[in-house]
Design a protein around this ligand. Structure first.
Ligand SMILES: [Cu+2]
Length: 116
């Protein structure tokens, strides 16, 4: 009797960080900037804000296949959970030219806001 090889189906669960795909910098002009958190990390992953232009970052997580369930701004001592499909607003100081890094709760998907 022949042995029929069994077919093994591997299911890869996306529970960890994938390597973030770099996106083109988004140049803000003031007002709201929408940032999506999904399987590719944060998009846009780099936001440029003109100095002095009041800007709100509106994060929305649109996927469960991502570890970006929190967003962390270390320099601002901000850590906020990103509930699925709910906008989460973070205001970044725009008074001085500097860069604020942000990333997921595990320190991956490194992204930044550049006030210039
Ligand atoms: Cu992560």
């Amino acid at each position: 009797m022949r042995v029929i090889p069994s077919i093994v189906v591997s299911i890869v669960l996306l529970t960890g960080c994938k390597k973030a795909q770099p996106s083109a910098p988004y140049v803000a002009t003031g007002g709201d900037v929408n940032i999506v958190a999904d399987d590719n990390g944060f998009t846009p992953s780099k936001v440029e804000i003109p100095k002095g232009k009041a800007t709100r970052l509106v994060f929305k997580r649109t996927s469960d296949g991502t570890c970006a369930t929190d967003v962390v701004f270390p320099e601002l001592s901000v850590k906020k959970p990103l509930p699925l499909n709910q906008p989460v607003v973070i205001e970044v100081p725009v008074g001085e030219a500097r860069t604020y890094a942000f990333h997921c709760g595990m320190g991956m998907f490194k992204s930044s806001v550049v006030v210039q």
